[in-house]
Write a new protein. Structure first.
Length: 70
C-alpha cells in the first residue's frame, strides 16, 4: 500500500459518503462533526482519535469490519 493510513482512511470515507450521495456538510452535521474537520479527514490530513473514527463508521451505519474491508 503506497498511501498512508490517514490517506487510505480519508479515501474510504469519501468513497462511502459518495455512495450515500451525501455532501460533506450534511454527513458531518449528521455525526456532530465540524465540516472543515471532516473535510481534512477525507483529505488524509488528520490523525484522528478512535472516538472520531467510531463516529464516522457509525454514521455510515456499517460495521468496523465492513469499513476496514476485513
Amino acid at each position: 500500500m503506497n498511501a498512508s493510513i490517514k490517506e487510505w482512511f480519508g479515501k474510504r470515507c469519501k468513497e462511502l459518503r459518495t455512495e450515500k450521495n451525501i455532501s460533506q456538510e450534511k454527513f458531518a452535521l449528521s455525526i456532530d462533526m465540524d465540516r472543515a474537520y471532516y473535510a481534512s479527514v477525507e483529505l488524509g490530513k488528520r490523525n484522528i482519535s478512535i472516538e472520531n473514527i467510531k463516529k464516522i463508521v457509525d454514521g455510515f451505519e456499517i460495521s468496523f469490519n465492513t469499513f476496514f474491508n476485513i
